[in-house]
Write a protein that binds this ligand. Structure first.
Ligand code: ZN
Length: 73
């Protein structure tokens, strides 16, 4: 069932070891991390690069700024 696998998305690697709610929360965090954001400097909407915890970089203008650990802002 490919559609069911797709629904689980990034959380599927955890398998059944962890509770459903924990996996769901983790999935939400990861989806935010890889979601597209608007660059505050050049206005480009893109997936921001995370250099390290809380340090983000725009792939277009290469500006580096400090943001949240899992989200750019
Ligand atoms: Zn930019």
């Amino acid at each position: 069932m490919p559609s069911k696998k797709k629904d689980m998305g990034i959380a599927k690697r955890f398998g059944p070891r962890y509770g459903y709610s924990l996996r769901k929360r983790w999935k939400e965090v990861m989806e935010k991390r890889y979601a597209e954001y608007r660059c505050p400097y050049c206005g480009k909407v893109s997936v921001m690069r995370r250099i390290s915890v809380g340090i983000w970089q725009c792939p277009k203008c290469e500006t580096i700024w400090a943001g949240g650990a899992y989200t750019p802002f």
